[in-house]
Write a protein that binds this ligand. Structure first.
Ligand code: ATP
Ligand code: MG
Ligand code: MG
Ligand code: MG
Length: 563
């Protein structure tokens, strides 16, 4: 590519709200431009990098035997009703209407659509296992879009879904995907770690996140210094013994409580004051203790806390202090009896003396009435929260825990029969009997990877791309093109030669002063830079600098081709 004919638009100043290095550098390099909150245009430069990532992902997915397809971004409400997620997914779900008043969602994920496809396409166990994937635009109405494309509302995801007759087969494909993800992130030149993650409300046996290691990452991870143990902080803390919980003696009842409730609904339902209706779990987040509202199949009280919007799925709602100021009470009122897993539950001291509560029964549409906090709740006070800290013994008994921060770039999940069951996706087994299929799902944040790579690799001057992600591998710079035609000719010849050998090359023929030229090339992170100058021509060498190094070296053309 001749740079004089390319739209390169580097800028010096970026908006103050661009706090993260990758966000700033992507704006300065002109890779992205903001259209609106969480919505970004990828410039030709940005897109070149995005495509690099996409192609590595595609290559490895194909190699793993997965089949690429493409599903619509817009999905009919009916499918989401069938799985129950129309009501349960929460506020990240963008609901839209067409001219006939038909409702749709802009897909945040595609379990519904792929399972619908599978129930129509797959008839026999002989077609299994099978793994479909797509690389496609998702929309999630994130409560706090930030950090540019790192946490955008519209973003590019690779999502794959596998179908199986048996858990063993699901395990096998899960393992293949685990290896595939490791290959993808290695090829992209990222320092990463696969960590165990909670399977949460969906259930299922296994889930791993792939975390790019970066101090600025939103996630905390814990890993052993002596074994392979690694988990995200939620998973690591969930293992903490939280004390014995007596079997609830409250009465299990079916109570008709829609999942989305306002504070007013809940307080009327429970007959308590709105101030008592903040139903939260406290977990440790980036900014210390934060209140997290769990929303899932098993929840009774979807409440709104103060001025905050509807509760999003698994999202950080607000720091404890924010809840306190919005509601006048500490977060504390929780469905204590049947929370899934070993999640520490925090009950405000004042709540602990209250009896005859109604709370979640940990099954769809069921609730305990007459619950008694003292008797039934597993009460963990804020101060008793198990905090996993560096130096703790590793849960697997080998070594001690180290902590690091990470950026979640991939997530694999054994879903089991959940979606296939809900949508009636069955195949005939070898006895001719209909069997509900098992599923796995496997996501990669393609656009997030671009930002994550920059977080991991940059310096004062700008981005330092791993070779596999660089928009071009080599930049050929022409100094003083007007004055010295032979310099231009030599540079052009070198450019053609590199391109001819399949090396993606940028010819900087803009005629800028060297300082400006180099500043741009360093900012956009080209790994190899050669300067063709009069002096070099005379000595038969090129002035070479590898991005990230401080010194130039004189190399011959032959040496350049062996880099
Ligand atoms: P996060 O915890 O960061 O919100 P998630 O767990 O909600 O991510 P998944 O549902 O696991 O995301 O989606 C698969 C992948 O999509 C994630 O691992 C991440 O890389 C990417 N992703 C999710 N949300 C966003 C977003 N808002 N912007 C960019 N990429 C995202
Ligand atoms: Mg999310
Ligand atoms: Mg996550
Ligand atoms: Mg995830």
């Amino acid at each position: 590519m001749r740079l004089s004919q390319f739209h390169l638009a580097t800028v010096k100043e970026v908006p103050a709200d661009a706090e993260l290095t990758s966000h700033r550098l992507m704006l300065r390099a002109g890779m992205i431009r903001k259209l609106a909150s969480g919505l970004y245009t990828w410039s030709p430069l940005g897109l070149r990098v995005l495509r690099k990532v996409e192609n590595v992902v595609r290559d490895e997915m194909d190699r793993a035997g997965a089949m690429e397809m493409l599903m619509p971004a817009v999905q009919p409400k009916e499918l989401w009703k069938e799985t129950g997620r129309w009501d349960k997914f929460g506020s990240e779900l963008l609901k839209i209407r067409d001219r006939k008043e038909q409702e749709f969602v802009f897909g945040p994920t595609h379990e519904e659509v792929i399972t619908d496809f599978a129930r129509n396409e797959l008839k026999s166990y002989k077609q299994l296992p099978i793994n479909f994937y797509q690389i496609q635009t998702k929309f999630r109405d994130e409560i706090r879009p930030r950090f540019g494309v790192m946490r955008a509302r519209e973003f590019l995801m690779k999502d794959a879904y596998s179908f199986h007759l048996s858990p063993e087969s699901l395990n096998e494909t899960y393992e293949v995907m685990y290896q595939t993800y490791s290959r993808i992130f290695s090829r992209l030149g990222l320092k990463f770690r696969a960590v165990q993650a909670d399977t949460g409300a969906i259930g299922g046996n296994a889930s791993h996140e792939f975390q790019v290691l970066a101090d600025s990452g939103e996630d905390a991870i814990a890993f052993s210094d002596r074994s392979d143990y690694a988990a995200n902080i939620e998973k690591a803390e969930a293992l903490a013994p939280a004390g014995e919980r007596p079997a609830p003696r409250a009465e299990l009842k079916r109570v008709d409580t829609p999942t989305q409730k306002t504070i007013a609904d809940v307080s009327a339902f429970l007959g308590v004051s709105p101030q008592q209706c903040v139903k939260t779990l406290l977990v440790r987040g980036r900014e210390g203790l934060v209140a997290l509202c769990l929303r899932g199949d098993h929840e009774i009280n979807e409440v709104k806390a103060g001025k905050l919007p509807e509760l999003p799925d698994e999202s950080v709602l607000a720091p404890e202090e924010e809840i306190l100021s919005a509601t006048g009470t500490r977060p504390g009122f929780i469905g204590p009896v049947g929370l899934p897993g070993n999640i520490p539950v925090i009950v405000d001291r004042s709540a602990a003396v209250l009896a005859d509560f109604v709370c979640g029964g940990n099954a769809d549409g069921t609730h305990y009435t007459g619950a008694n906090w003292e008797r039934d709740a597993r009460i963990t006070r804020v101060e008793d929260i198990r905090q996993v800290v560096e130096g703790d013994p590793s849960p697997d008994g080998h070594g001690t825990l180290q902590m690091a921060r990470g950026i979640e770039v991939g997530h694999i999940f054994q879903l089991g029969p959940k979606y296939a069951q809900a949508l009636g996706a069955t195949v005939l087994d070898d006895q001719g009997k209909a069997q509900v299929m098992m599923m796995g799902c496997y996501g990669i944040g393609v656009s997030r990877i671009v930002a994550a790579a920059i977080e991991q690799s940059h310096d004062e001057a700008g981005i330092i791309w791993p070779e596999a992600m660089a928009p071009w591998r080599v930049a050929v710079c022409i100094i003083n093109p007007k004055n010295l035609p032979e310099v231009r000719e030599a540079a052009e010849a070198l450019y053609r030669k590199l391109e001819g050998r399949g090396v993606e090359t940028l010819l900087d023929d803009r005629g800028l002063r060297p300082g400006q030229m180099f500043a741009d090339l360093e900012l956009i992170g080209i790994p190899h830079r050669v300067v063709v100058s009069e002096r070099g021509l005379a000595s038969g060498t090129l002035e070479y600098r590898r991005r990230g190094e401080a010194e130039n070296r004189a190399i011959t053309e032959d040496e350049l081709f062996t880099l």
